[in-house]
Design a protein around this ligand. Sequence first.
Ligand code: IVH
Length: 756
Amino acid sequence: MSDTKAVEELSAAEAESELARLADLLSRADAAYHTRDAPIMSDAAYDALKARNAEIEARFPELKRADSPSDRVGAAPSETFAKVRHAVRMMSLGNAFDADDVRDFDARVRSYLGLGADAPLTYTAEPKIDGLSLSLRYEGGRLVQAATRGDGEEGENVTANARTIDEIPRNLGDTAPAILEVRGEVYMDHADFAALNERQAEAGDKTFANPRNAAAGSLRQLDAEITRARPLKFLAYGWGALSEALADTQMGALARLGRLGFVTNPLTVRCDGVPEMLDHYARIEQQRAELGYDIDGVVYKVDDLDLQQRLGFRSTTPRWAIAHKFPAETAWTRLEAIDIQVGRTGALSPVARLAPVTVGGVVVSNATLHNEDYIAGRDASGSPIREGRDIREGDWVQVYRAGDVIPKINDVDLSRRPADATPYDFPDTCPECGSAAIREAGDAVRRCTGGLICPAQAVERLRHFVSRGAFDIEGLGEKQVAQFYRLGWLREPADIFTLKARDEAGDKAVVPAAERIARVEADDRPEARLRLAEAAGLDAWDRDAVKARLEDLGATPLAQVKGWGARSAENLFAAIEARRTIPFDRLLFALGIRHVGEVASRTIARFHGTWADFTAAMDAAADQQGPEWERLTGIDGVGGTMARALVTAFAQPEERAGIDRLLAQLKVEPVEAPAGADDSPIAGRTIVFTGTLERMTRAEAKARAEAMGAKVSGSVSGNTDMVVAGPGAGSKANKARELGVAILDEDGWLDLVGQS
Ligand code: IVH
């Protein structure tokens, strides 16, 4: 198969003939495996062919065959689903945990829309179903595609499975919009869940921990016939792409979905204001145990769809909706040990190892203990928490879990404390590399000072580098990165891009075997040696044997290394090659600079446009003063802390050298302006809003400007293209006049963006 072309290079004709060949080959393989129990190829080869088939189908959806192996019943269980890109991103929801959070949400919505506290504003309130979301695409009334949420942008194609669910109509009749994407939750009710688990247990098959897992496991079955046998349900709560509006209001749209044949939740009501929302929340919470299915809160949505449209979205959540979660679940258990994990920025994080306990249907055996002050019973300012009770190994502790977040330890029961328990002694050296771990003034966290000599930090940085929002290299996950690091094949991100050349040259080591060995020998913990031995495939430490194995592995082509094959090695190198071209924002996020997350990376990338402009700006701002520094800290969403972390990363010689080595391997794509922004009159311009706007709030103006491709800054400088000044504008307008920057009033701004 080494002559196989990359999918991106296939012509439509080649794709078509390859799909035909794959359908034939895979159906023979299926028959051999399932019907005759006599496989004609290895599982790995089968998986690779299925994956290639799916990849071709994803690129040429119109060529997908009626007998596509992707939809075939009887596929091997390790196969993956084809990926599909959502026409409209699938969002998640922000959370509210108490009445104050709900009041804040309402206040934010009103402030964004410029509505007074007493102006009428209607919301809907409905249960938040604890299942998994699904997007159903109908064209001409027919179900053509069903996709899971995935990362919101790309999900899995589960069309064949969705077609087996009774509550998902396959044909909506001719009153449906030409294009309609219905979104809702797939779930399993309690009775069906119990019956399923009983059947599974009887048949000696695995049982599910909760209805959510059962629903997810049942929908994501490669054999759609298994899905058919599972009692799944579907509740519609929203929509994605549409060729025409469903109604004027959320409530009206749900009614329309009901008429088209979808089940919607009968517990959805309209509420005029926060008190009614909270009442409905209390009512649903009371009914929770009798509903017969799992819910984990109540979702509030602005009812008026024009207002929803104006409010729009933050990066991953709508401004017009929020989930009001039910209180978290808690349970008591014994704290068996406190372990310290070292993160990518060197932070030492204490983790509680617990006697396993079920908290709200999920078995928990690890929980976070935040930091050393938290363990000692103090907050960041030194004031007591838990009335000053500290936490010790051996204690009985209360575990708390809310939704998907990492469980926490809430409290400790002193009456059950063992007589010999001693206060926890937080380490002042790094448990991974032995370097000093220090706490800087004002920092709640103790950090390892070992930098890149600390294997934990180096591995965590590499892991972050290949993670989903970053380089997301298929076949190079956390496990492989850690393994390659231990073997001395990778030390820093740049090495990923030279791996293939080193593999071909017959020497993969960037760190020679002797050096790897010297390093673990300098470490006085025996685990360090054992881990290296294990990475080399030995079960005990024997210096010479490990050295020989490391040298041997470094010289062996990856395709012949245990656990790899020709196909998987080739796939890995192809996946790495595919990422040599990388969008600016992903690259910035991948660097793992403290405080610079995915959202900030996108903001900064949009602001600077190209990597070259950005690095020039970092250099110019290195002294943390002057116009470039002001411009950086003026970017909306970049505060002083983040700006300092950024310029420090670029000014610090070692870190900068690592970045430069990486950049020498890459081509960085400038960020894409949002769709439709290209031809906008403000694309690429830097705008500052100041004073009061009267026809839209400043938040709305800013969101609008960004959606049209402009950069919004908080301060005026020589780089500012225009200042939009409302009444009450002061120093910023003056500065703009001094610098000769164009100043618009609100009407001028509305004219410019076509809103007057
Ligand atoms: S609305 C843009 N309504 O909760 C609005 N979501 O935490 C997106 N969910 O991914 C969602 N019940 O899977 C909405 N009544 C409901 C829901 C609901 C459950 C899920 C959904 C979403 C997740 C967000």
